[in-house]
Design a binder for this molecule. Structure first.
Ligand code: CA
Length: 642
């Protein structure tokens, strides 16, 4: 009696669950099971099996069997006997109105054919590279992260890179790449969309197409264009894992840029072909919401969409050992979903996002993952456009400058960025450029940066916004800007190639610009060796000195004290740094954007200079100096300690 009851309960529980990662296609050599969930009123689902990923007629057609689930939806299942490995498949849902929705690879495809419109049957364990079981995520606390945002193609495509697998996942397995990243000192790569996206035709890779990849097709499959053979479904999966494995071996975390907020083409999307209109928000007039600026916005607040995002990130973490997620337009997702993701993932997985949307969302801002709501999302960080734009100038005008261009009134926003966006008695929040509240509860909730893939890279922005700027000034201000970023108590973030004085030739939105615009020119490492040298020493200094990344708002309030500055001058002390485990005692940092020397008041004493005049030497120092009136060279950072 008891056993029967238990079994009944168990069955009821199972049927109330929805399809999750790995459930859509379950392979064994004896049989493959296919599962798909539709709306409750769907009339049928046809499974088609193919021997080819693109063309040809089905070799087998199966009408799937269904049962109603607790939530009213319908679970369709088919078991196809025999070894189906190497075959491709699609689902075709017969809708309540008697029309077929059209073939789809399904929302949970884990492996796909070239261009991703047919899913593939494979044995996931056969995609594991040698030693994969021993691969572990490097242990790095959020406070210690130094993020490096890269696009596979930008990073390696130029002949000057010396990398063999140009534009591929495998590029990041090569010694040339790994050594560069280690020398620079970053400890996490944030890779632009690497799931399967639409805008690069994988059958024409020799045409050198370029796209950032913010046009999702299959959320749970690596992009074919970055594999050495997109026609063989297992290759992209194995090569992606090889990339993760190589970076992990070097102590570098791998963070995925995820774009769950919209799909590339709503009509052709796997979501619409499975459960029409379930996964998308609609306005009162029936039109689709457009908070993404791309013609649709997903409905994260709906149970299955919320579960989908949670399960998808868990899948990447489990199957691909991913260390973190950067949410594109996090402000399109609802707060409850972001918190559900945080709860579902291990604590060491870093989560951050863009705390804004690209248009008005269907849901009110109070419910969304906006920057202003970060306090309601513990353990989740957001980009600080406050510090970014206070340094380089506003997003709506490439020719406008700010602190770096000696514009007045940005000092308070720089200070806000230095404390990691948390409340601080010396930061007047009413003078911070975009925020009228301290949106971060902890400094690890604020991403500090001056440039990213969006907009101009730093060199181009300096040239566009500061008329008559010389190359010498570009370099000085570039180093100054990154010193602000790397001495912020937030989590610092670098756009790849800035260490090579990267230029995109003034192109602002280079999402589909050719390689000639987007590529890194590795020869710049020889042309401007002082830039890479400064960046790597700056990052090393940050990593070696816990005072620059205390990771706790109370400690920041206690130890960070701002000195009198002035126009184009921000200065602060980190006092009693030994209390936070530093081997320096008191640290003084000043940023001078002016074209003339400025003075700061430092208590009497003897100090070691570790950064001045565009040079850094944290371990041995550049010389000594007495306290009192201390000079900060023009367009430079000064760092001294006792
Ligand atoms: Ca693709």
């Amino acid at each position: 009696m008891k056993k029967t009851l238990l079994l009944t309960l168990l069955l009821a529980m199972l049927t109330s669950l929805n399809i999750m990662a790995g459930d859509e296609m379950k392979y064994t050599p004896q049989a493959t099971t296919f599962n798909v969930v539709t709306l409750g009123n769907a009339k049928g689902v046809t499974l088609r099996l193919y021997s080819d990923g693109l063309a040809g007629q089905p070799i087998q057609t199966v009408e799937m069997k269904s049962k109603r689930m607790k939530d009213g939806n319908r679970l369709w299942t088919a078991v196809v006997k025999g070894d189906q490995k190497g075959k491709f498949y699609t689902f075709d849902v017969l809708n309540a109105d008697g029309r077929y929705l059209g073939e789809t690879q399904g929302i949970w495809a884990k492996a796909v054919a070239v261009n991703g419109r047919r899913a593939a049957v494979l044995d996931m364990r056969e995609t594991d590279p040698v030693g994969w079981n021993a691969d572990v995520r490097p242990t790095i606390d959020a406070r210690d992260l130094v993020l490096y945002e890269l696009h596979h193609r930008d990073f390696s495509i130029d002949s000057s890179s010396g990398i063999i697998n140009k534009g591929k996942f495998l590029a990041l397995t090569e010694p040339r790449a790994i050594e560069h990243l280690k020398k620079l000192g970053i400890n996490a790569v944030h890779i632009l969309p690497s799931f399967d996206y639409a805008s690069v035709d994988e059958t024409r890779l020799s045409d050198n197409q370029y796209n950032w990849g913010y046009d999702p097709v299959n959320y749970n499959v690596p992009e074919g264009g970055y594999s050495t053979d997109p026609y063989r479904p297992e290759v992209r999966i194995r090569e992606f894992k090889q990339m993760v494995q190589a970076l992990h071996s070097a102590g570098i975390k791998v963070i995925l840029d995820v774009v769950y907020n919209h799909v590339f083409d709503i009509g052709a999307s796997c979501f619409q072909h499975t459960m029409p209109d379930y996964f998308f928000r609609k306005n009162a007039d029936g039109s689709y919401g457009n908070g993404s600026g791309c013609g649709n916005e997903t409905a994260s607040e709906r149970p299955l969409m919320r579960q989908y995002i949670v399960e998808s990130t868990k899948y990447w973490a489990d199957e691909y050992h991913i260390d973190g997620f950067r949410f594109d337009l996090m402000g399109v997702h609802d707060i409850a979903t972001m918190n559900a993701i945080r709860k579902a993932l291990p604590e060491d997985i870093f989560i951050y996002g863009e705390g804004w949307a690209a248009g008005g969302c269907v849901l009110p801002n109070e419910q969304l993952g906006m920057k202003s709501n970060v306090a309601q999302m513990p353990g989740i960080a957001a980009f600080s456009d406050d510090i970014r734009d206070a340094l380089r100038g506003p997003w709506d005008g490439d020719d406008k400058s700010a602190f770096l261009g000696r514009q007045r009134g940005f000092e308070e926003s720089i200070k806000f960025g230095i404390v990691g966006g948390v409340q601080h008695p010396q930061v007047d929040i009413t003078k911070v450029n975009y925020s009228n509240a301290n949106w971060a509860t902890q400094p690890t909730q604020m991403i500090a940066y001056v440039s990213c893939h969006d907009d101009m890279c730093l060199v181009d922005r300096l040239k566009a916004s500061i008329p008559g700027i010389t190359l010498d000034e570009v370099i000085r201000l570039d180093l100054l800007a990154q010193t602000v970023v790397m001495t912020s108590q937030g989590v610092p973030f670098l756009l790849s190639g800035e260490e090579m004085l990267r230029t995109k030739l003034g192109v602002h939105n280079s999402y589909n610009s050719p390689d000639s615009i987007n590529h890194l020119d590795w020869k710049n490492l020889e042309r401007y060796p002082q830039v890479m040298d400064y960046y790597s020493r700056l990052i090393a200094m940050r990593k070696a000195h816990p005072a620059f990344h205390m990771g706790d708002a109370d400690l920041v309030r206690k130890h960070v004290q701002f000195l009198d500055g002035g126009n184009g001058l921000v200065a602060f002390a980190i006092t009693d740094a030994k209390e936070v485990g530093d081997d320096w005692n008191n640290i003084y940092v000043a940023f001078n954007a002016n074209r003339e020397v400025r003075l700061i008041d430092v208590p009497k004493g003897n100090y070691t200079v570790v950064c001045s005049g565009g040079m850094i030497n944290a371990c041995c120092g550049l010389g000594t100096i007495n306290g009192g009136k201390v000079s900060v060279p023009a367009q430079c950072a000064l760092i001294i300690h006792d």
